[in-house]
Design a protein around this ligand. Structure first.
Ligand code: AMP
Ligand code: GLY
Length: 447
């Protein structure tokens, strides 16, 4: 893209994370024009866009046509669905530099088994003991020797398909039933040793050769306070002003960045392609060091909201450095502030049927959000107001010099969204963070 031209940026995505990306694009000093292709209307993103087209993410040709008709000079992909349908391949085919890996490289997210095999082949540390099964043959014997385990479908499941022994099932018989179910819907099941520790997300900009790590974030996947209930897409996240986490050392953060760096190199060696986009490792600090839980080929949702709000460097410059392979030439910095994101969800979201309350009205009211920023996720607007869908409605972000203030800002805003909604009141609180630190201290005592 020529620097003296107004950037015409295509965003493919409709999530709250996409809303944060759109906002980061529109903060650019280059005064970009934003075009958005999304599968469902996100009013927050639409308000920032020059033009919106609604359509499926399984139509790479249609997305490329939309980009070409608006003379896009840069594209960025928000979520895994368009990546796995080859949207980046289609956009790059017509010469549009795109932030997002090609379909073959997005396999790092779409195939959990493939990611583990790549790491093993290239001697990249950080995997728990694992084995991949395509049929039921041998599963029973393997389970007998490797309990406790985690069972994962080899494919995209929106973060909700992982079954953990001791939480979702107890016995070998139950594990076998789950494996059978997984194999009826997916090509394989990955059986991993269950790890214990504290999780963190490390999102990195990547130009194929270089990575730039963003501040680490802790995500909260469980639906209920105290990390109880089922796994959801996520209920919220926090990051700290010192760009570490209360249970994470600089050396452990570097171990995680090294795993990402080596994986990017391995992807190039295997495919001959350069990974240009965002690569995000979900990690766990355990008593045996840092382990990789999974890779994602995109920003985290909502972790993107935590970090993009802190970005000091022009985001469009970063996108261009990613697509040009010149990330090493661009100093990238983030403000030293704490952030807390809380998701406001339909009350029944992620609850078991017998926990559910009677359906309320689907209309929500957004009151005074104070100092927080609102990011829409899944809502429908009409003359009557703002309606819930079955997914998460919106995220609120609190930013402040300290975590407790950031939490207060986010909590106050989450409470100001009223209707048949719920949120986790404990994310970012001193009590939950103290519990995480104690958990790590107890594990380290067992070393
Ligand atoms: P994933 O979709 O792979 O991120 O997994 C969802 C959640 O399952 C993770 O955030 C972890 O909490 C948990 N999980 C996945 N793999 C393991 C593992 N090997 N040991 C313990 N927990 C795991
Ligand atoms: N925050 C979890 C994810 O984006 O997959």
């Amino acid at each position: 893209m020529k620097t003296n031209q107004t950037p015409k940026v295509l965003l493919v995505g409709n999530s709250a994370r996409g809303h944060a990306i759109a906002e980061a694009i529109m903060r650019s000093k280059h005064n970009p024009i934003l075009f958005v292709y999304m599968k469902a209307n996100n009013p927050g993103i639409a308000a920032l866009a020059e033009k919106v087209e609604i359509g499926g993410y399984d139509q790479p040709g249609r997305i490329a046509e939309f980009a070409e008709s608006h003379d896009a000079s840069l594209a960025i992909i928000d979520s895994e669905e368009p990546l796995c349908h080859g949207v980046v391949d289609a956009l790059e085919w017509i010469g549009i530099p795109t932030v997002g890996p090609k379909q073959k490289l997005a396999m790092i997210e779409t195939s959990k088994g493939g990611a583990r095999l790549l790491m093993a082949k290239h001697h990249i540390p950080g995997s728990p003991k694992f084995r991949i099964f395509r049929t039921m043959d041998g599963i029973k014997d393997y389970l007998k020797e490797n309990l406790p385990v985690v069972l994962k479908p080899d494919g995209l499941t929106g973060g909700k398909g992982v079954m953990i022994q001791g939480e979702h099932f107890a016995t070998i018989a139950e594990a076998l039933k789950i494996c059978r179910d997984i194999l009826t819907k997916h090509q394989a099941v990955v059986i991993e040793k269950k790890l214990e520790g504290e999780e963190f997300s490390l999102q990195c900009f990547c130009d194929g050769r270089n990575i730039v790590a963003m501040p680490p974030v802790q995500d909260h996947k469980r639906r209920l306070n105290g990390d109880l209930g089922l796994n959801t897409g996520s209920m919220g996240s926090y990051s700290c002003a010192n760009h570490l986490l209360p249970f994470l050392t600089p050396a452990e953060l570097e171990q995680a960045a090294d795993i990402v760096r080596r994986t990017v190199r391995a992807l190039h060696l295997e495919t001959g392609l350069f990974y240009r986009g965002i690569i995000y490792g979900g990690f766990m600090v355990t008593r045996d060091g840092v382990k990789l839980i999974e890779f994602n080929a995109r920003f985290g949702d909502p972790e993107a909201i935590n970090v993009l709000a802190l970005l000091e460097t022009d985001f469009v410059d970063i996108c261009q450095a990613i697509t040009n392979g010149r990330l090493h030439k661009l100093p990238v910095s983030f403000r030293r502030l704490a952030t807390v994101v809380k998701y406001v969800v339909p009350f029944n979201y992620g609850l078991l049927k017998d926990q559910r309350a009677a359906e309320g009205s689907d209309l929500i009211k957004i009151g005074n959000l104070g100092k927080a920023t609102l990011y829409y996720s899944s809502v429908n607007h009409d003359q009557a107001g703002c309606h819930l869908t079955s997914s998460r409605a919106a995220a609120v972000l609190g930013t402040a010099p300290g975590l407790s203030e950031a939490e207060r800002i986010a909590e106050k805003a989450a409470r100001a969204i009223t209707g048949a909604v719920a949120h986790r009141t404990d994310i970012g609180t001193a009590a939950l963070i103290a519990r995480r630190v104690r958990h790590m201290e107890e594990l380290n005592k067992q070393k």
